[in-house]
Design a protein around this ligand. Structure first.
Ligand code: CS2
Length: 484
C-alpha cells in the first residue's frame, strides 16, 4: 500500500467521504513554528489553522521535544496525516495539510532557533505539557533544573543544541533580534493557568541567567507578545486499529493518524505583536480575558478527568469511558465539580456550570474514543497542583472541607505508591516524581506516614497545604479507604 504523501494525495479521487485540503498544500509556506509535535497539536491548533488559512501562508513547522517518533512518522508523509473524529455526529475523516515541516527538536539539521528567526514566521505555538515549562513551585523558572542550567551555561555556543523550551525560545528570539526579523507572538496551548504569562516568565527568567548587559530582554518586551489561551479537545493516543481505519478510508498507509472527539474549543487572548492566522474563522474565540474560561476548564473538566483516571485505574478500568460508567466514580467526579470546584469559579456570563458539568461527563463517556486512564493519569505531580490543589486551598480558606478533591488527590497517592489496581494487576505509572516517590510503597500499611511522605514534597504541595490538618485528615481517611 502506498504511503500518504503530497504525490499520493494528489492522486486521491475527489468526492469520496474523505475531506481533502481545499488548497495546494505543496504551495503553503511556513508562518508558524510549533514546539511539541504531538497528537493534540495535530487535532487542535493544526485544524484551526487549516480551517482559518484564508489564502495566507500559515503553514506549520513543528518540532518534537523529546521523542522523535512523530517527526519520523510525518516527515516521509510531507507532514500529511488523517484525522478521524469518533463520537456523536463526527465530521467526515480528513487529510490535514497545514503541517508543512515535521522536525526533530534534538537532532534536526535546522535547529529550532533558526526556524523561529525566519522573518516569514510570526507565530510560535506550544504544546509542551505542564512539565515542559520546568517551573519551580514559585511559578518561576526552576533554576535548579539541570537542563535549564546547561542550556544557559552553553547559550550562544555554535555547537549547542538547546533542549529546554526556554532555551529554544530565547535563542530563537535573539537570532530574530540580531537579523531584524521583526516582532512575533508566542502562543502557549498547554493546560496551565495564565499559560501566556507562564511562557513569558520562563523566557524572562532564562534571560536572567545569561551574561548581563544584553539588550535582549528589552527587545523581547518591545517585540514579543505572550497571550494566554484555553484549549479543549480530547485526543487519545492513536492505536493500530486507528491506523487501519485510516488506511481503509484513504487507501493509503498513514503512520501518523490522529483520532479525537468531535468537540473542540480554543479561547485566545487577543494580544498579538504581529499578524496571526484567522483562527476565529475556524471557530476560535478571541477575548480580552481568558481567565473565566480557563478556570472552568482546568478546575472542572481537567480535575474531573484526573479524578476518573486515578479512581478508574485503581478500580481496574482501562478506559475513561469504562470508569465513568462505574457509578461511584461518576458520582465522585460529578460531586468534585459541583461541590468543590464550582463554588471557586466565576464562569463567563453565558456558561452554565451545571450544563458544563453534564456535558463534560457525557464527553468522557464517549465509548468510541478508547481514551485510557493511564494516559490521563500520567504526570499527576505536574497536573494536580493546577487542577486540584488550587480548588482545595480556596475551599479550605473558605472554611469548607474539599472532600471530593481530597479523594482525587488520595487516589493519585495510592496510584503512585501501590502501582497496582484493586485486583493486584500492575498499573502504568508515568510521572516525573515516579522514582522519587517509589519509596512510598513501603508505607502502604501506614496511611498517615504515606500521606506525610507526599505532603512533604514541596514540588507538589505548598507549605500551606502541608500544614493544614483538615486536608491531612481527609487524605488519611480517603487513603485508608482506598487501600482497604
Ligand atoms: C487530559 C487532557 O491527559 C490529560 O491530562 O485531562 O489532555 C484533556 O483530555 C484535555 O485537556 C481536554 O481538553
Amino acid at each position: 500500500m502506498k504511503r500518504l504523501s503530497l504525490s499520493t494525495l494528489a492522486a486521491l479521487p475527489s468526492g469520496t467521504d474523505l475531506r481533502l485540503p481545499d488548497y495546494d498544500a505543496a504551495d503553503l509556506r511556513v508562518g508558524i513554528v510549533h514546539l511539541g509535535l504531538g497528537a493534540f497539536h495535530r487535532a487542535h491548533q493544526a485544524i484551526y489553522t487549516e480551517d482559518g488559512l484564508n489564502g495566507e501562508n500559515w503553514g506549520i513547522c513543528a518540532y518534537t521535544q523529546r521523542s522523535d517518533a512523530a517527526a519520523a512518522a510525518l516527515a516521509p508523509q510531507d507532514g500529511l496525516y488523517t484525522l478521524i473524529e469518533r463520537g456523536p455526529a463526527p465530521a467526515p475523516p480528513r487529510i490535514v495539510g497545514s503541517l508543512r515541516e515535521a522536525r526533530s527538536g534534538p537532532s534536526d539539521p535546522v535547529p529550532v532557533p533558526e526556524r523561529i528567526a525566519d522573518p516569514a514566521v510570526r507565530v510560535v505555538t506550544l504544546t509542551v505539557t505542564e512539565k515542559g515549562y520546568r517551573l519551580a513551585p514559585t511559578g518561576r523558572l526552576d533554576h535548579q533544573d539541570l537542563q535549564t542550567v546547561r542550556d544557559a551555561a552553553r547559550f550562544g555556543l555554535p555547537d549547542h543544541r538547546h533542549v529546554t523550551v526556554a532555551g529554544q525560545l530565547v535563542a530563537g528570539l535573539r537570532l530574530r533580534r540580531d537579523r531584524g526579523s521583526g516582532p512575533i507572538t508566542v502562543v502557549s496551548c498547554d493546560n496551565l493557568p495564565a499559560n501566556g504569562q507562564a511562557v513569558h516568565t520562563i523566557v524572562h527568567d532564562f534571560c536572567g541567567l545569561l551574561p548581563g548587559g544584553d539588550t535582549l530582554p528589552q527587545w523581547i518586551e518591545d517585540n514579543v507578545a505572550f497571550p494566554s489561551t484555553v484549549v479543549d479537545r480530547i485526543v487519545p493516543a492513536a492505536t493500530d486499529a486507528d491506523h487501519a481505519d485510516a488506511r481503509r478510508v484513504t487507501g493509503l498507509d498513514d503512520k501518523a493518524t490522529v483520532v479525537c472527539e468531535p468537540h473542540r474549543q480554543w479561547v485566545i487572548e487577543d494580544r498579538f505583536a504581529a499578524p496571526r492566522p484567522a483562527w476565529e474563522k475556524a471557530g476560535a474565540t478571541l477575548t480580552g480575558d481568558v481567565r473565566p474560561y480557563e478556570a472552568v476548564k482546568l478546575r472542572m473538566l481537567n480535575a474531573a478527568h484526573s479524578t476518573i483516571a486515578y479512581l478508574g485505574a485503581l478500580a481496574g478500568h482501562t478506559t475513561i469511558a469504562e470508569a465513568v460508567q462505574d457509578p461511584p466514580i461518576a458520582h465522585a467526579a460529578a460531586r468534585l465539580m459541583a461541590v468543590d470546584a464550582a463554588p471557586t469559579l466565576t464562569p463567563p456570563p453565558a456558561l452554565d456550570l451545571t450544563a458544563y458539568q453534564d456535558d463534560v461527563l457525557r464527553r468522557f463517556a464517549n465509548p468510541a474514543l478508547g481514551h485510557t486512564t493511564a494516559q490521563v493519569a500520567a504526570d499527576g505531580s505536574a497536573k494536580l497542583p493546577i487542577r486540584l490543589l488550587g480548588t482545595i486551598a480556596d475551599r479550605l480558606d473558605a472554611g469548607e472541607e474539599p472532600s471530593w478533591a481530597a479523594l482525587a488527590v488520595a487516589a493519585w497517592m495510592v496510584h503512585m505508591a501501590r502501582r497496582t489496581d484493586r485486583h493486584g494487576r500492575p498499573l502504568t505509572v508515568r510521572d516525573p516524581l515516579a522514582s522519587d516517590l517509589a519509596r512510598t510503597e513501603a508505607l502502604l500499611s501506614r496511611p498517615p506516614a504515606l500521606v506525610e511522605a507526599f505532603l512533604s514534597h514541596r514540588g507538589v504541595f505548598p507549605e500551606r497545604l502541608h500544614d493544614d490538618n483538615t486536608l491531612r485528615d481527609l487524605l488519611i481517611h480517603h487513603t485508608r479507604r482506598l487501600l482497604s
